[in-house]
Each structure stands twice: as C-alpha cells, then as structure tokens.
Design a protein around this ligand. Structure first.
Ligand SMILES: Cc1cc2nc3c(=O)[nH]c(=O)nc-3n(C[C@H](O)[C@H](O)[C@H](O)COP(=O)(O)O)c2cc1C
Length: 259
C-alpha cells in the first residue's frame, strides 16, 4: 500500500520520459540523501551525480523505492565520452586467441578482440594488432596463424595469454594451455578449444595505429561439440565477449529474429 508518492529533485531538469533503472531497499526512517549515499556505496548509483538525478520516490510503509527517470542529462554524458572510447560501445566483441610461430619454431599465443570477418570468397578474416605485438612479427616471419574463438571453459586461461613473455618463451605453457598440431599450417592451435581456424597470411594493411593482419582461412579444425547448426555451439560452450578493460561477458542465448 503506497502511503506517499512524491517527486523530488532539482526542478526544471526536464527529464526524458520513462524509467531507466530502479533501486529498492528496506530502510526505516530513511533520509533521502543518506539513501543516495548508500546507493553509491552499493555501487548502484556509481558515478551518477545526485544534482543530476531526477527521482520518483515511492514510500510504502518502511520500504522505499527510487526510480531514476533521467539521472544524467544526455548532453552532459556525451561531454564525458571521447571518440576514442567508441570501442566500448561496439561490444561485446568476440574474443579470440591468435596463435603464431616464429622462424625458430617458438610458439606464441595472445588474446585479440579487434577481429572481424572480411570476405566470404575467398574466406578472409582480419585481426587488428599493434605493430609491437609478437603476433604481428610472427605473422610476417612464417606467414600463418590460427584464430581460436575463446569459450567459457578456458576463458580465464585465454585472457591470461595476454602476459608478455620474451619471444622464445611460450604463453601456452605459462597459462596451462596445450598446443594442438594444425592440419595445414605450422602454427599450433589450442587443444582445449573446440574450434581452431587455420589461416594463411594473406596481406597486411596499416590502419591507424594498428596493423590489420588479414588471414585466408584454409581449414577449420573442430570438435563435434563445437558445432551446432553449422556455427559455434555457443549454447553449450558459451562464447567470450570483450566489453572493455576487465569487463567480459559469456553469450549462451540464441534469439531468432525474422529477416
Ligand atoms: C581481451 C583482450 C583483447 C585484446 N585485443 C587486442 C587487439 O585486438 N589488438 C591488439 O593489438 N591487442 C589486443 N590485446 C592486447 C594483447 O593481447 C597483448 O598486448 C598481448 O601481450 C600481445 O601479445 P603478443 O605480443 O604475444 O602478440 C587484447 C588483450 C585482451 C586481454
């Protein structure tokens, strides 16, 4: 039973209609601003500034619910975002490991999320790697690489391959992954992975501050459980997506959209 329903906040903020998010907590004799402070501690409000919050408060007996109708003005939020932050909005991006080998036979593996299909015929895939990466150097040296979609069962190990080691040391051993001999190229795949996509180095292109390493797919080495309906069996395996920094997600749900 609602005892009181009131709107508070700085007037004339002209909030956009619609509830963006809500927060509920049992708090007797609550002081609203303390409540907001608590919300911050609970990491609910995070970096939202109370002065920019327009609230609808429902007080039901001892329970208080705060609904943020328009917590931060859109133009203020836009001020804080730089064009260079764009990739955090293009995500989650499929996360792969790229495995390579140098001309002395030293293997290397590292995670990449600037990865995209480029062409059906020929089947081309692009990985944008910084010039400084061993992956880039090895691709140039031995002209092949393996793209390995990271799945939930080995996600932590896959991300840990980011570790920077001297070229003669392999990240495979360091993180506890096992090399799997490839069928058509010299760079190894990952035994723990259900899918290993073997590529011949097709060409490279300098794009801004990255090198687009283009690979022509010559063989897709799959385990039976890795494939469903001719694509990655993400329902069972969970596909790792990179959002930004240390934020990742695992996708396991397939939705059908008529097209
Ligand atoms: C999830 C994730 C995604 C990454 N994506 C890229 C990328 O797309 N391009 C890149 O140059 N570095 C990327 N990195 C950083 C490289 O993995 C990291 O610099 C690594 O040490 C490179 O190893 P290498 O020098 O052996 O190639 C990513 C790191 C992580 C954890």
């Amino acid at each position: 039973m609602i005892e009181r329903r009131t709107r508070i906040g700085r007037e004339n903020l002209n909030p956009a209609p619609g509830t963006l998010s809500g927060y509920e907590k049992e708090l007797p004799n609550v002081n609203l601003w303390q409540f907001i402070e608590q919300g911050k501690k609970d990491k609910f409000i995070r970096d939202r500034k109370p002065s920019r919050i327009y609230l609808e408060v429902l007080i039901e007996q001892k329970k208080i619910s705060i609904f943020f109708l328009s917590h931060i003005r859109v133009e203020k939020m836009s001020d804080k975002i730089k064009p260079q932050d764009y990739f955090g909005f293009i995500g989650p991006r499929p996360t792969v490991c790229v495995s390579t080998i140098d001309s002395n036979g030293n293997t290397n593996i590292a995670p990449y999320s600037f990865v995209t299909p480029l062409s059906f015929d020929p089947p081309l895939i692009g990985v944008a790697a910084a010039e400084s990466r061993d992956t880039t150097a090895n691709c140039r040296e031995t002209e092949n690489f393996v793209v390995i979609p990271v799945t939930e069962d080995w996600a932590e190990k896959g991300v840990k391959t980011e570790v920077s080691l001297p070229r003669e040391e392999s990240e495979f051993e360091e993180v506890g992954l096992t090399e799997k001999k490839s069928k058509k190229i010299s760079a190894p795949g990952v035994k723990e992975a259900a899918i290993n996509i073997e590529c011949e180095f097709h060409k490279e292109e300098k794009i801004g501050d990255h090198i687009l390493l283009v690979g022509k797919i010559v063989f897709i080495n799959t385990d039976i459980e890795g494939v469903k309906n001719g694509r990655l069996n993400l329902e069972d395996l969970g596909s790792l997506g990179h959002i930004k920094g240390e934020e990742f997600c695992i996708s396991k749900t397939v939705s059908r959209i008529e097209r």
